[in-house]
Design a protein around this ligand. Structure first.
Ligand SMILES: [Zn+2]
Ligand SMILES: [Zn+2]
Length: 97
């Protein structure tokens, strides 16, 4: 049976070179988590949005993305600044523990 995790997985698509497209995997980016799932099995999984960090459901749109994010974030085209701020925020969190 599926192992239980104490977090929502934050998936990132691995795209191995020279492999069949169905060999693509999503891997969880949460430190210490080794969870991974084939992209074709990821649909409807509840994961963490890579941008706003809210729970989201993997849909076809999200499955096209390397770092899946929710539809709310998809609509915001000018996300570069937000991403930068998020990165800064994460960097500070890491630094400050
Ligand atoms: Zn995980
Ligand atoms: Zn989001």
């Amino acid at each position: 049976m599926a192992k239980k995790y104490n977090h929502l997985h934050r998936l990132k698509k691995l795209t191995p070179k020279r492999q069949k497209s169905d060999a693509k995997l999503y891997k969880c980016m949460v430190p210490g988590c080794t969870y991974q799932v084939p992209v074709s099995f990821a649909e409807n999984l509840i994961v963490q949005c890579s941008r706003c960090e809210q729970p989201m459901i993997m849909d076809k749109l999200a499955m096209d993305l390397v770092s899946p994010h929710c539809q709310g974030c998809t609509k915001v085209r000018n996300v570069k600044r937000v991403e930068e701020l998020t990165m800064i925020d994460e960097f500070l969190k890491e630094k400050l523990g």
